[in-house]
Design a binder for this molecule. Structure first.
Ligand SMILES: Cc1cc2nc3c(=O)[nH]c(=O)nc-3n(C[C@H](O)[C@H](O)[C@H](O)COP(=O)(O)OP(=O)(O)OC[C@H]3O[C@@H](n4cnc5c(N)ncnc54)[C@H](O)[C@@H]3O)c2cc1C
Length: 459
């Protein structure tokens, strides 16, 4: 039986979401064309439309697993290109005002091998690696310097796109258009132009800013870790930082602050900010290290979640995916993995439709609820951290005092039991759903300790 669902698919945007989506579509369409407005060089680069590429980018295990399924030998090839492997949590210490820890909240004080490896590299290298893989698929082509201006829409169905390449107006007809245009996606405008409603949005005012640069790692040392974080518990501390060992033995360092406590973008200001972090460790590591890049600054005022799944009508043969659906506070490193997992959800739907020969009708109605499920976990996890700061604005996800108590006990158990830490880590790495935290026998273990936490408010 043929797995074909259509002749031509068009993907708007050739970044992480677009490249992975194109790979997924290549199993179901004769031709997949990626239209990307930037000029793409066949090498790692920070492009005009992805200035976030100057800043630290980590892929979570959930995202990495999908990449490894879609692309044979993915991690070996990435490593061959220069990415640095690191054992979690052995190579990922968190420096806090009261010493070093090995879990997100600082509860686990000794390094443990949780049994998996993550890779650190620049975002440019990761995108380059994914691009090499996707463009090696014969039916996928990439047109760069190609800006999509609008959808070709007739009688409730998208039949292609209008775009410009080097100023020349062009069009491309298709059986499916997937908008992977990122946070600034024009989908809402295009929907309005064609008489459709825009999705409602949830917005969280996180008021965050990053400054990042690179240093030569003295002596190419890796004993201090491959992914090292520095910070202090909220709401007292609004500053944090992370250092990753990336390709060519370079340390990529991102420092960040919230609510007006923004890191500067000049050399002296950057180091002063580092000096005033909640822990002196990063300053000690960087003292005497040679800075080898400009300092790039990025403001991130709000996390935005667009509820496409709530729309009652939507054009046929069109969907939206990646940051265009949900743009997360970058500090938790979820955006790329969420985009990759959304593409994976699309793959499951297309496989089912190909098996049943049920075609592409009402694809949006099938896909958006699945994408909403994918983004819900990282959105809620991030929001709960963000709302530990009273200055954070927006709608707080519901958290009852009992749930808060449950989470605090769970956190205490991670220090006592590596298996609990593995389960919590699976959830934060988007490998398993949060519901596993309420599975037996863990649930009973937590309930046995409930009396110890009668006052769940964090100090
Ligand atoms: C400072 C910072 C740090 C981050 N750190 C992490 C991290 O550690 N881990 C993580 O997972 N995520 C991180 N993220 C988030 C991550 O960058 C995004 O989630 C990821 O890039 C999403 O990819 P995307 O393909 O959906 O969108 P984007 O990367 O924004 O790409 C959109 C693409 O679409 C193209 N495009 C847009 N409109 C058009 C059009 N009309 N025609 C043609 N092309 C178009 C653009 O040129 C661009 O290439 C961070 C973000 C920031 C800002």
């Amino acid at each position: 039986m043929s797995s074909r669902l259509g002749e031509n698919a068009v993907v708007i945007g050739g970044s992480i979401a677009g490249l992975v989506t194109a790979r997924v579509l290549s199993d179901y369409f004769e031709h997949v064309t990626i239209l990307e407005r930037d000029h793409i060089e066949p090498r790692p680069q920070v492009r005009k439309s992805t200035p976030q590429g100057h800043h630290l980018h980590a892929v979570l295990r959930g995202g990495l697993q999908v990449l490894s399924r879609l692309y044979p030998d993915f991690t070996a090839v990435l490593e061959g290109m220069g990415a640095v492997p690191g054992r979690i949590t052995l190579d990922a210490p968190l420096y806090l005002p009261d010493g070093v820890a090995y879990s997100l909240t600082g509860t686990v004080k000794e390094p443990r091998d949780l049994g998996f490896q993550l890779y650190s590299q620049s975002r440019g290298l990761l995108e380059h690696c994914i691009r090499q893989y996707s463009l090696a698929v014969p039916c996928i082509s990439l047109e760069c310097d190609a800006t999509v201006d609008g959808l070709i829409h007739r009688n409730g169905r998208v039949e292609g796109v209008r775009y410009r390449r080097d100023g020349e107006p062009l069009s491309l007809s298709s059986d499916l258009v997937v908008d992977c245009g990122g946070r600034g996606s024009h989908a809402r405008r295009w929907l309005a132009e064609n008489g459709f409603e825009s999705p409602p949005e949830s917005v969280i005012g996180v008021d965050f800013a990053y400054s990042s640069t690179k240093f030569i790692n003295p002596n190419h040392a890796r004993e201090s870790g491959t992914l090292v974080a520095f910070g202090g518990p909220p709401p007292k501390y609004t500053r944090g930082a992370a250092l990753v060992l990336i390709e060519d033995g370079v340390w990529q360092v991102s420092v960040a602050g919230r609510f007006g406590d923004y890191p500067p973008d000049d050399a002296a200001g950057f180091m002063n900010f580092v000096k005033d972090l909640p822990t002196p460790k990063l300053y000690e590591m960087l003292e005497g290290a040679e800075r080898v890049d400009e300092i790039a600054h990025y403001r991130f005022p709000t996390s935005v979640l667009r509820h496409y799944e709530r729309l009652e009508s939507f054009p046929e043969r069109f969907i939206v995916l990646g940051d265009a659906i949900c743009s997360f506070n970058p500090v938790y490193g979820q955006g790329m993995s969420s985009a990759i997992l959304q593409a994976d959800a699309l793959e499951h739907i297309l496989a089912e439709r190909a098996a049943q020969a049920s075609g592409l009708d009402a694809l949006a109605a099938a896909f958006f609820p699945k994408a909403a499920e994918v983004v819900s976990t990282p959105w809620v996890l991030a929001a709960n951290f963000d709302f530990s700061y009273p200055q954070t604005k927006g709608e707080r996800p519901p958290m009852t005092p009992d749930t808060m108590r449950y989470v605090l006990i769970l956190d205490a158990l991670t220090a006592e039991d590596i298996e609990v830490q593995k389960t919590v880590s699976d959830v934060f790495n988007l490998v398993r759903p949060p519901s596993v935290l309420w599975d037996e026998p863990l649930r009973s273990r937590v309930h046995e300790r409930m009396h110890e936490f009668d006052h769940p408010e964090r100090s």
